[in-house]
Design a binder for this molecule. Structure first.
Ligand SMILES: [Zn+2]
Length: 347
C-alpha cells in the first residue's frame, strides 16, 4: 500500500532576530532579555542532539533569580551558566530557586550542582522524583521489557545500555533523587512579585510541566512543545498510563494559551503554540495510521517487526541504542492507543 504524505507544515519562525541569526550561523545565541527582568540564556549540551538547552532566568521582586531548567552539567562544571549570568550582570550567587520542567539530564542535570554551589532550592513535579527513584532502584525492570521486543541480537546490548540497566536519565546513577519543592498542577512558583503557574503536561515524561506567566505573556514549554523537533514520548521511565494518550491530552491543555510567546527548552522562541500543537498531534495521528497498517499486514509480529514497517525519519535500520528503544516503545504506545496491543507478540 502506498501512502501519500500530507503537505509539510512549515516550522514556526523565530521571534528573536538574535536567535534567528545564531541558528543561521550554527552558534549558541547570546543572552537576551525577553521581558523586563526575564532573560533567555543558551548553555551547551555535550551529549547528542539538540546541542543547546535554553535556560530562562526570572528576577523576583527581591532581585533573587529563578532558573527555569539550569541545563546540562558534568562534574559540577557550571561554566556555561556562570558565563550566561555574567553576561546579564548577575552571578550564580543570586540564584535562589531552580525550577525543572522534567527529569532529563539536559534540563535537570545542573540542578544538584547549582544547589550545592548556592543553596538554591530545586522545584519539580512529584512524579519526576518518583521516576528517578524507580529508575535508580529498578533499572533491570527495563531489561525484562527489552527482552520481549524481538530485537536482533547485535542490537540488544546497545539498547540495554541506553534504555535498560545502563540507563541514566537525570542526575546520574549515584546521585540521590531529590526536590526541595514538589510541584503539582496549578501551583504558583515561589517567585516574589510574579505569578508563574505550573501546568502539568505529562507525555514526554510523566511529570513534565510547562509554566505559565500570563502577566508577561510567556509560556515556558520545556520539551513538551519545540518549534521543529517532534517531542519524544514516554522518555521518563515506566508509567501506569499510556504516555501517548497523556501527551495528546497535554497538547490539548495548551489551547487557552494561544496568545503567549512560547519559550521552549531547545531551538528558539516562537508564537502560536496552538498551531504547533496541532502539527504535533497530526504527526502522532499519522504514526498511528502507519502502526495500524503494519499490524494489518503482519501476522503475530514482534514489536521490532511492527516498528520496522513504520517510516521513522532516518529509518529504523539506521537506529541503535536510545533512538531505537524510543522508536520501539513509541510503536507500542501507538498500538496500545489503537486498542491493538494484544496483536503484538512478545518475543
Ligand atoms: Zn531536552
Amino acid at each position: 500500500m502506498t501512502t501519500v504524505p500530507p503537505p509539510a507544515v512549515p516550522a514556526p519562525e523565530p521571534i528573536s532576530p538574535v536567535q534567528a541569526a545564531a541558528l543561521r550561523d550554527g552558534v549558541l545565541p547570546p543572552a537576551e532579555e525577553v521581558r523586563p527582568g526575564i532573560w533567555n540564556l543558551a548553555v551547551p549540551f555535550r551529549f547528542g542532539v539538540p546541542d543547546a538547552t535554553l535556560v530562562y532566568v526570572v528576577e523576583g521582586a527581591d532581585r533573587s533569580l529563578t532558573l527555569i531548567d539550569p541545563g546540562w552539567a558534568s562534574d559540577d562544571d557550571l561554566q556555561g551558566l556562570r558565563d550566561g549570568l555574567a553576561a546579564i550582570g548577575r552571578s550564580l550567587d543570586d540564584v535562589g530557586l531552580v525550577v525543572v520542567t522534567h527529569l532529563h539530564a539536559d534540563h535537570l542535570g545542573a540542578a544538584a550542582a547549582v544547589r550545592r554551589a548556592t543553596g538554591a532550592r530545586v522545584a519539580m513535579h512529584r512524579l519526576e522524583v518518583e521516576a528517578l527513584r524507580r529508575e535508580r532502584d529498578d533499572a533491570r525492570a527495563n531489561d525484562v521489557d527489552i527482552a520481549t521486543w524481538g530485537l536482533p541480537g547485535d542490537l540488544r546490548a546497545g539498547v540495554v545500555e541506553a534504555w535498560g540497566s545502563g540507563r541514566r536519565i537525570g542526575l546520574g546513577r549515584t546521585a540521590e533523587p531529590f526536590a526541595d519543592v514538589l510541584l503539582e498542577d496549578g501551583d504558583v512558583l515561589p517567585v516574589p512579585g510574579r505569578t508563574i503557574r505550573t501546568l502539568w503536561t505529562p507525555g514526554h515524561t510523566a511529570g513534565h510541566c510547562c509554566f505559565v506567566d500570563e502577566a508577561d505573556g510567556l509560556l515556558f514549554t520545556g520539551d513538551h512543545v519545540l518549534p521543529r523537533i517532534n517531542s519524544g514520548i514516554g522518555l521518563g521511565g515506566r508509567t501506569t498510563t499510556n504516555p501517548l494518550g497523556d501527551y495528546l491530552a497535554s497538547l490539548g491543555r495548551l489551547v487557552q494559551y494561544a496568545d503567549l510567546e512560547v519559550c521552549p527548552g531547545h531551538e528558539y522562541r516562537f508564537r502560536d503554540v496552538v498551531a504547533r500543537a496541532r502539527t504535533l498531534a497530526r504527526h502522532r495521528e499519522e504514526r498511528s495510521r502507519h502502526v495500524a497498517e503494519a499490524l494489518d499486514a503482519l501476522s503475530s509480529p514482534t514489536l521490532y517487526e511492527v516498528a520496522s514497517r513504520v517510516p521513522f525519519s532516518g529509518g529504523i535500520e539506521s537506529m541503535t541504542g536510545f533512538l531505537l528503544a524510543s522508536a520501539l516503545t513509541q510503536t507500542a504506545f501507538h498500538a496500545a492507543l489503537l486498542g491493538r496491543a494484544g496483536e503484538v507478540r512478545p518475543a
